[in-house]
Design a binder for this molecule. Structure first.
Ligand code: ING
Length: 303
């Protein structure tokens, strides 16, 4: 068996006035708790260093850039790396990444996996950006990820880490089966993801009552259909008047939820995950080499 003791660190709301050092202190408190429970890994939400700023229409790039990290680690985030090394933990967390690439400034919604030695083991940039790019005043709140971020340019890599094959995705990605399957085809055994999901989706208010159901549904399906663990961790609660769902979960390759958050605040969930548990699915019902018919799937890519 290859047991990874996984902690999910659900974060409660982060208000606009809260600075990075205050957030980092909350994160380190959860890491200390995880360490006391013998965790090997702590997974934090999407954009876990600031409030979910795409809810606002902003035009001043300097104001927008105050929500981005132009260095990782920086003075404010270095304590996370130090705590990971001190506790011998790997950590996965999301942040708004500003980077100079190909001689221009680029901005991504990013999640990184940092090893206990402080090395960045995996970086993912969000590919499925939900919402819209222009101001839509009819909405109770905006969802301007298409305005503030570029589509990720790193694909969905799977790396060797934690004694197995590990991948990451972010928030809206979890609703798209392709995100899981691209990693499933690379033999992924544990997918780490964070999310900031408003309870209310202005274009489809009739979906609101099903928010928690859809959240669990997509991660349980993705886990089962690709024989992988899925760790899905929320930033939850009421941020600047906007309610975000909780429902952080750890899902087994069976599709069963084996740990779930009960609150909408900072809350640690835990599970001992035996990566060998994936084999019974990857070698039988989802033996891709034996049972998939890619020639029949072309429409998925060509449309
Ligand atoms: N948030 C949401 C998500 O995909 C959304 C967008 C909200 C989709 C409600 C559907 C319903 O979970 C992010 N950040 O992607």
């Amino acid at each position: 068996s290859r047991i990874v003791t996984v902690a999910g660190a659900q974060m409660g709301p982060i208000q606009r006035s809260e600075n990075r050092s205050e957030v980092v202190a909350r994160m380190i408190a959860l890491m200390a708790q995880a360490h006391r429970h013998g965790a090997d890994l702590v997974v934090f939400p999407e954009l876990t260093l600031t409030t979910f700023f795409p809810r606002w229409f902003m035009t001043d790039q300097a104001e927008i850039d105050r929500f981005f990290e132009s260095a990782m680690p920086s003075a404010e985030t270095a304590p996370l790396f130090d705590a990971a090394a001190r506790f011998g933990l790997a950590i996965s967390f999301g942040y708004a990444e500003q980077v100079q690439e190909a001689d221009r400034t680029r901005r991504f919604n990013t999640q990184i996996l940092v090893g206990p030695d402080g090395r960045i083991l995996h970086k993912y940039r969000k590919i499925h950006l939900p919402g819209h790019a222009e101001h839509e005043p009819w909405r109770a709140f905006q969802h301007l990820e298409k305005r503030y971020f570029e589509v990720g340019n790193l694909g969905w890599p799977v790396v060797r880490a934690l004694g197995g094959h590990v991948g990451q995705m972010i928030c809206n990605d979890r609703r798209w089966p392709e995100s899981y399957r691209v990693m499933g085809l690379q033999g992924v055994e544990m997918i780490l993801l964070g999310y900031n999901t408003p309870r209310h989706n202005p274009p489809a208010p009739d979906h609101d009552a099903l928010g928690d159901f859809h959240n669990a549904l997509v991660m349980q399906a993705g886990a089962y259909q690709n024989g992988t663990f899925v760790v899905g961790i929320a930033k939850a609660g009421i941020e600047e008047g906007c309610e975000l769902i909780g429902g952080s979960v750890i899902v087994a390759p069976t599709g069963e939820v084996i740990a779930r958050a009960s609150t909408l605040g900072d809350e640690l969930i835990l599970a001992r995950c035996d990566l060998d548990w994936t084999r019974s699915y990857k070698e039988t019902v989802f033996n891709f080499a034996r049972h998939r018919e890619p020639e029949q799937y072309r429409m998925i890519v060509e449309r």
